[in-house]
Design a protein around this ligand. Sequence first.
Ligand SMILES: Cc1cc2nc3c(=O)[nH]c(=O)nc-3n(C[C@H](O)[C@H](O)[C@H](O)COP(=O)(O)OP(=O)(O)OC[C@H]3O[C@@H](n4cnc5c(N)ncnc54)[C@H](O)[C@@H]3O)c2cc1C
Ligand code: FES
Length: 269
Amino acid sequence: MLPIPYRIKAKRIEAPNVATLYLEPRGNEQLAPAKPGQFNMLYCFGIGEIPISYSDVDTSTNIIPHTIRGVGAVSRALLQTKKGDIIGLRGPYGSHWPIEEGFGRDIVVIAGGIGLVPLRPLIHLIATQRNKINNAVIFYGARSPKDILFKKEFTRLERNLKLEVIVDIATDGWMGNVGVVTSLLSKASANYNDSIAFVCGPEIMMRFAIEKLIALGQTPNNIFLSMERNMKCAIGHCGHCMFGSHFVCKDGPVFRYSDVEEFFVVREF
Ligand SMILES: Cc1cc2nc3c(=O)[nH]c(=O)nc-3n(C[C@H](O)[C@H](O)[C@H](O)COP(=O)(O)OP(=O)(O)OC[C@H]3O[C@@H](n4cnc5c(N)ncnc54)[C@H](O)[C@@H]3O)c2cc1C
Ligand code: FES
């Protein structure tokens, strides 16, 4: 339960108000390897602790990348840290994206905004395991062109999979898609009757995406989503993250949609 000290080895600005911290263990102690979709609790000493997903999962190194958007006290304090600062990490926690469900089938990934972060390690895995998957399509919606995350990776990824990006508001000479990410789904060459969908983004976006997927023939048991809830303990003790009868920290954050369908319409309070 005690956080392990990690040092900020590097920091990269990804977009306005979003940065990636590359964290290395300060001493001999380090976290166990994680799987795509899992998260850590990041402790900013004297301020607080928040859940943040792995932004990549690379077993060849002990450096952990976490990509953070500043929304409140702790996330903003984390964004203000600099190279050499120490923060506390505990984890990895939670369930992961079950990529193997997509082997021999099509995979559709739908990301909205910062929701691309938990999906990024999965997308990297899809690219390396491409020969086991039929079609692989990634749909990513960002607010505006300057909010698009991890742009530099797109050319490399597009060698292995189809990537469609859309923005809500076109600026900066943007020549691509404009609108909501769900408007792209019917354009996909995916066979929705025999595909697996992985979805992460704001809850409203996930609701519309799931509705559209089902209208296109996807079954609820073939849809996986990652939920966000406020957390304290992250180990299933405090009840802060209750989502219906589930704990998001322990049973999630990645859920099979058919397992949580009945609670999905209930808003967090
Ligand atoms: C499993 C899990 C994984 C997550 N992974 C990431 C990640 O990889 N990167 C990342 O940036 N965030 C991620 N989050 C969200 C992150 O934990 C919250 O943004 C953070 O807890 C906010 O804490 P705070 O103290 O900065 O803000 P608070 O003071 O708690 O909140 C400030 C304001 O922001 C609002 N707010 C809180 N969370 C969000 C949110 N997610 N989106 C929009 N508004 C919000 C609050 O309602 C409040 O109005 C994840 C959350 C979960 C549960
Ligand atoms: S955060 Fe305490 S039970 Fe999930």
